[in-house]
Write a protein that binds this ligand. Structure first.
Ligand SMILES: Cc1cc2nc3c(=O)[nH]c(=O)nc-3n(C[C@H](O)[C@H](O)[C@H](O)COP(=O)(O)OP(=O)(O)OC[C@H]3O[C@@H](n4cnc5c(N)ncnc54)[C@H](O)[C@@H]3O)c2cc1C
Length: 400
């Protein structure tokens, strides 16, 4: 039996960040995960400014950001034209690269066990993990960072409450110019102004030398457009974002797209002695809203800086101690903002009717105005943005 103060189930983004933070704080920690290396997986692929700020609070930003591709500006397409080229600090990084970089920050003092946790028992004093090898881990505190794994939580009576089934679908793929050249833009986000498109947005951004695409739609997995996308992604894109090729030049999809539907769920019955849930294990987020990593970094930073050291400094690990974490104001704010953004973006992208149409028009004109003012301020001339557009080297054209 392994004896420790803290046992972490799962070494994804939340678990690896927690293991690195606790290890650096000199807290005896064991982390269990079935994979020695985090495998390729389509999850978060970009960190915006707010997420970088949340990551910085963990003290672990440097090694992660150094593995990503930074971009400093993003072109915004609305109404089929480039309306803005806004400064935006963003770190683009494949999820497995990000998690493996974080794993690299876990100090040697943290025991890493490559195995699967099959059972957990908890109490106000010590908790026990049973691993598939038959080994056991005894800890004062267990951190559930096991993502979407349902079975383990259920064995403790922790339920999964559905907030919004099939809330959105995320699609990830690589694109390249058809003529083998290079795109003439750094990063670009394409919004639709039509509710019928059921499109949140298409984001294009660089990861190394590859241009990566993240497409977020609100469609059932049996939706004819998704069926068509699976067979002919380039043609299906043309029907959804018909002006894209005019803006960026002719392009092709160069790999097999990954398509992931996402439910919004949250834990219930989780205030229990000896166990605490972080990241997706506590509640999922909508990838289109892009708040999952805010939740992960906020949960882990608050837990490892503010709560675990204090909990370990006093005897016992009762449910009252644990409850304080779930009431942390920063955690509550991150969760509330994540949920609100998920529903607001969906309504803004899909709701029909005059009010929502007016809101979409309002956003279009707002971005057009801001973009025009920015262009004037930066000395880009008096022409409206959108007349000079993103494109490819050597093929840059003027479009209205
Ligand atoms: C398609 C998609 C796109 C997304 N895009 C964005 C985005 O653009 N921006 C954003 O902020 N968020 C995004 N998210 C959300 C974000 O990726 C997640 O919130 C985040 O990855 C959750 O991290 P985690 O550590 O909680 O879970 P995970 O990274 O899933 O880690 C869970 C770990 O637990 C381990 N595990 C599971 N069961 C066991 C067990 N029994 N024993 C031991 N280990 C176990 C697993 O092996 C895994 O390593 C996206 C999500 C998806 C699905």
């Amino acid at each position: 039996m392994l004896e420790t103060d803290v046992a972490i189930i799962g070494c994804g983004l939340a678990g690896s960040t927690a293991a690195a933070m606790l290890g650096r704080a000199g807290i005896a920690t064991v982390v269990v995960d079935p994979h020695t290396e985090y495998p390729p997986d389509f999850r978060c692929e970009k960190l915006d400014g707010s997420q970088i700020a949340a990551l910085e609070k963990t003290g672990l930003a440097g090694p992660i950001l150094s593995k990503g591709t930074m971009n400093s500006r993003i072109q915004v397409v609305r109404g089929g034209r480039v309306v803005d080229n806004k400064p935006r600090r963003q770190c683009n990084i494949l999820y497995n690269t990000m998690v493996n970089a974080m794993r690299g920050e876990i100090p040697q003092s943290v025991e890493r066990v490559t195995d699967k946790v099959t059972d957990v028992t908890n109490s106000a004093e010590r908790q026990t993990l049973i691993l598939s090898s038959g080994e056991t881990v005894s800890a004062r505190l267990v951190i559930f960072a096991s993502g979407l794994n349902v079975a383990l939580r259920e064995s403790l009576g922790i339920e999964l409450k559905m907030i919004s089934a099939d809330h959105s679908v995320s699609i990830g793929f690589d694109i390249a110019p058809t003529d083998g050249g290079e795109f003439d833009f750094e990063a670009l986000t394409y919004f639709s102004e039509r509710a019928a498109d059921r499109l949140a947005y298409l984001a294009l951004f660089p990861i190394g030398s590859v241009k990566r695409a993240n497409l977020f739609v609100y469609r059932d997995m049996t939706d004819p457009w998704l069926v068509a996308f699976r067979k002919e992604p380039r043609n299906a894109l043309e029907t959804l974002v018909p002006k894209l090729a005019r803006i960026i030049g002719d392009f092709e999809v160069t790999d097999t797209p990954k398509i992931r539907p996402v439910d919004l769920v949250t834990a219930g019955g989780h205030i229990q002695p000896g166990v605490v849930l972080v990241g997706d294990a506590f509640g999922t987020s909508c990838p289109a809203a892009g708040t999952g990593c805010n939740k992960v970094f906020t949960d882990v930073e608050r837990l490892c800086h503010a709560y675990v050291p204090a909990w370990l400094a006093t005897p016992g690990m009762d449910a009252d101690k644990i409850a304080a974490f779930y009431e942390d104001p920063e955690k509550l704010a991150a969760d509330t903002q994540s949920r609100a953004k998920a529903f607001r973006l969906k309504s803004l992208s899909t709701e029909k009717g005059l009010t929502w149409s007016a809101r979409r028009r309002g956003r279009y004109f707002w971005h057009l105005t801001i973009g025009t003012l920015r262009r004037l301020r930066e000395g880009g001339g008096t022409h409206l943005p959108g007349h000079v557009v993103a494109g490819r080297s050597g093929t840059r054209k003027a479009h209205g």
